[in-house]
Design a protein around this ligand. Structure first.
Ligand code: NOJ
Ligand code: CA
Length: 519
């Protein structure tokens, strides 16, 4: 870290899925006042910034990613005064606030979409969205929606509108200057209220390719994956998107020291890096570690590619093991004790890296995904896929704070918006704070060292040769991080041990599924 680095360059940021963090009024749904009441915990954890998922006016077809008014707070989450109080208190605790914006689509209940439905084909109201004529009962092209089913819905006069996500999320027409003017207004609205940055939803969407070409029929099968766009996906990453990011950047730069961070599900490293050019986004979520299986070679490859992409355009890397859209890493890595041991190791890998780290709420508690019964599922994917894809609810179960039974201090209501498993009594914040061997204690120690120890400096990593299934890298400041994904203990690189994700083996060997920091 140099004094010239912006605040986000190496920050540890914490994603608050507002709906699942803390409920202040007993309706079983997390809210802004609940978050405010728990800021002390986040300060204790040691994070430097919070990313808040959408709390804007919304009918909640996609839990807030369907925005009906981007410049107001939904009553479920509170009001503008509650938001102002969160930001004031967070700043008081030295934490920055990043808020989500959702420029690819609006809610179908947004006044613009309601006006578009009431207006004629070809009208200025329809021109704010992507309306098109189909061929009889066939939609304008064969694009599937990310949540399953077609990406087009027909309206009574026969036209179709595009929705890359749920039908309740009509895509905005970014060829229409009114759309960018409105986003600029939204950005300034929240900047004037003191936010420190934006997480831009589907930042590889928005621009649409000329002529909206169909996907070649023989490729359609790979397009059913949630969020991650296959290569040459005409729905995403159109060249025109970069002008939109230049516009966003110019507005954000009207205010000093503010962050534009994009959600970019683009796997091609060169195309990903284009979003990080000096006049576009400051940072983008890089999902290499989210997608890598638990294997040293694959993880190393993901790290190298993430570092290179950012470096190639003079930007700073980001790392993330999970978020509200993916299976939690404890479960991805094998669940139970095994998954937890591996998740502990990966926490040390991630927190050893140069760049920003984004932690998803509950990750620091080692929460697994929850197998929820069919009748409580709420993610639109469940219905849209004809009950073949369960969707993302399993990673969105509310955070357990204290006590011995659900709702574990998350709420005073017994019925939380998703049920909390009784076994989570072992994972509550209160229990883990007292236990030096807990996941939470590991995160606290790791974040503290990362902030204070001069070994964590320099933007590059140098790899050591090591046994198969293992890796070790060194940062210029002197930190060494070693990971063992092989089946047997291996010798540690030389250095003084700073922290390990689990007990070391005899003779100081690094056991399987363990990571260690040395300096
Ligand atoms: C990405 C968000 O993270 C996800 O939760 C949402 O469903 C889609 N964008 C659509 O807004
Ligand atoms: Ca509530």
């Amino acid at each position: 870290m140099t004094s010239r680095d912006p605040w986000w360059a190496n920050a540890v940021c914490y994603q608050v899925y507002v709906r699942s963090f803390a409920d202040s009024n007993g309706d079983g749904i997390g809210d802004l006042e609940g978050l405010r009441s728990r800021l002390g915990y986040l300060e204790l954890l040691g994070v430097q910034a919070l990313w808040l998922t959408p709390f804007y006016r919304s009918p909640m077809a996609d839990h807030g990613y369907d925005v009906a008014d981007p410049r107001d707070v939904d009553p479920v989450f509170g009001d503008l005064a509650a938001f102002d109080a969160v930001i004031a208190d967070a700043h008081e605790c030295g934490m920055k606030i990043i808020v989500d914006v959702v420029p690819n689509h609006s809610s179908d209940q947004h006044e613009w979409f309601q006006a578009a439905l009431a207006a004629e084909p070809g009208s200025p109201e329809r021109a704010r969205y992507v309306f098109a004529d189909g061929e009889g009962d066939e939609p304008p092209n064969n694009w599937p929606s990310i949540f399953g089913g077609p990406a087009w819905t027909q309206v009574p006069d026969g036209q179709w509108y595009l929705h890359l996500f749920a039908p309740e999320q009509p895509d905005l027409n970014w060829a229409n200057p009114e759309i960018s003017e409105d986003l600029a207004k939204t950005l300034r609205f929240w900047l004037d209220r003191g936010v420190d940055g934006f997480r831009i939803d589907v930042a590889h969407g928005m621009a649409k390719p000329d002529g909206l070409p169909s996907i070649p029929a023989d490729e359609l099968k790979q397009f059913s994956e949630l969020l991650a766009a296959p290569e040459h996906d005409p729905r995403f990453d159109a060249d025109g998107v970069h002008d939109i990011h230049r516009m966003i950047r110019s507005v954000v730069d009207e205010y000093p020291d503010k962050l534009a961070l994009g959600e970019i599900w683009v796997r091609d490293a060169d195309r990903f890096a284009m979003y990080l050019r000096p006049d576009e986004l400051h940072q983008a979520f890089y999902f290499g570690l989210t997608e890598a299986v638990y294997d040293a070679d694959e993880i190393r490859e993901a790290i190298t590619s993430g570092l290179q992409a950012a470096e190639s355009v003079g930007s700073h890397s980001t790392w993330t093991l999970s978020n509200h859209d993916v299976v939690r890493e404890v479960t991805r890595y094998g669940d139970g004790e095994l998954g937890t041991r591996r998740a502990r190791a990966m926490a040390l890998v991630e927190l050893a890296l140069p760049g920003a780290v984004y932690i998803y709420n509950g990750e620091e508690l080692g929460l697994p995904n929850v197998d929820l019964p069919d009748e409580v599922l709420q993610d639109p994917t469940w219905e849209r896929s004809g009950h073949t894809e369960r969707g993302r609810d399993g990673c969105r179960v509310p955070v357990p704070w204290e006590g011995n039974e659900p709702p574990f201090g998350f709420s005073t209501a017994e019925d939380t918006w998703l049920p909390m498993p009784p076994e989570w009594r072992e994972l509550c914040v209160e229990k883990q704070l007292e236990d030096p061997g807990s996941m939470l204690s590991l995160y606290r120690s790791a974040i503290d060292l990362r902030q204070k120890n001069p070994a964590f400096t320099g933007n590059t990593v140098e790899w050591f040769a090591g046994p198969a299934g293992c890796f070790a890298f060194r940062r210029p400041g002197g930190l060494i991080c070693a990971l063992n994904t092989s089946g047997a203990p291996v010798p540690l690189p030389p250095g003084d041990l700073l922290l390990a994700s689990g007990p070391l083996a005899e003779d100081g060997y690094l056991p399987t599924d363990t990571a260690a920091w040395l300096a």
